[in-house]
Design a protein around this ligand. Structure first.
Ligand SMILES: NC(=O)c1ccc[n+]([C@@H]2O[C@H](COP(=O)([O-])OP(=O)(O)OC[C@H]3O[C@@H](n4cnc5c(N)ncnc54)[C@H](OP(=O)(O)O)[C@@H]3O)[C@@H](O)[C@H]2O)c1
Length: 274
């Protein structure tokens, strides 16, 4: 990414986290541009990172090798149509992080084939602990794929998908996933308070337990099922709790919840494509 110029269309949360990650990884502020219709957003991003913030998306596109689309899915149609002429006949790489917006929709709005990588990031990218999935179309070169991957790796981990259809499953897993863990932590914290712990202690122990378990799962060569078995002594306390989860069909419930998220992702994709 040494000599590439990158335009961020939309100066919200995601653009800010990605720009922070890129600068922390050695990208120079002079390589980066951001746009936003809102004066305050432009001033904020320009001040925070010492980068040029512009009103005109087309001006930013003209300056850049890579265009990162970081606007809400609902405005993608008008944003992409608005920059189509500046992209025509160029070999610029387009990266879209807009949830649910398909490559076909973007191509249709551009009215010309282009190198596009679709990415599903997640909220922990805001603290450089994201998990992103990427899918590139056939017009994207290996070098452009490496660029997209390196950009997402600057704010966490990144994997490639075999087909775009898998994006809906990714949305149900890592996209919506942080909220599932927050919900579980919320329930554990409430139960601990019911059992007599202070709110402060219950919260700290819940969060640190989640961090510790995640780190063990990440660093261990054992899979989560093995790790669970290793900490479950027959007749012990953990076994009692796990039996209760199993009696309540926890696994089935998780499957049902993720299937519901996936179906919603498919529905939203269909509506954003219009
Ligand atoms: N945040 C996440 O964790 C997450 C996870 C997965 C995917 N995503 C995707 O990432 C994208 C960005 O999310 P975000 O959280 O960064 O949203 P955000 O904070 O709302 O940022 C979007 C920015 O784009 C600006 N904008 C609106 N119209 C524009 C235009 N025509 N040209 C240039 N900028 C324009 C918005 O300005 P106004 O506010 O003035 O409209 C806003 O500042 C979304 O498509 C979302 O689906 C986000």
């Amino acid at each position: 990414m040494q000599n590439l110029t990158i335009a961020f269309i939309g100066s919200g949360n995601m653009s800010r986290s990605l720009i922070g990650g890129l600068i922390a990884n050695g990208v120079k502020p002079e390589q980066l541009f951001a746009t936003d219709p809102d004066n305050e957003q432009r001033e904020a991003i320009s001040k925070q990172f010492n980068i040029t913030a512009l009103t005109s998306n087309n001006e930013a596109v003209a300056k850049a090798d890579v265009i990162l689309l970081a606007v809400k899915p609902q405005v993608m149609h008008s944003v992409v149509s608005g920059i189509a002429n500046s992209i025509k006949g160029t070999s610029k790489l387009i990266i879209s992080i807009a949830a649910g917006v398909t490559l076909n929709s973007i191509i249709e709005w551009l009215d010309e084939p282009a190198a596009i990588v679709r990415v599903m990031p997640n909220t922990p990218a805001l603290i450089q602990a994201g998990a992103a999935a990427l899918y590139a179309n056939e017009h994207t070169s290996e070098e452009q794929k490496n660029t997209a991957e390196a950009m997402m790796r600057s704010v966490g981990t990144a994997i490639w998908l075999d087909n775009e259809g898998q994006m809906d499953a990714v949305t149900a897993l890592s996209g919506s996933g942080p909220a599932y863990f927050f919900y579980f932590m919320e329930a554990m914290e409430k139960a601990a308070i019911e059992m007599g712990l202070s709110e402060e202690n219950a919260r700290l122990l819940t969060i640190e337990t989640a961090v510790g378990a995640s780190k063990m799962a990440l660093l261990s060569s054992s899979d989560p099922a093995e790790l669970r078995q290793q900490v479950t002594s027959p007749g012990g306390t953990t076994e009692q709790a796990l039996n209760t989860f199993m009696e309540g069909k926890m696994e089935e419930l998780v499957q049902k919840a993720m299937e519901a998220a996936k179906q919603r992702s498919i529905e939203l994709s269909q509506s954003f494509g219009k």
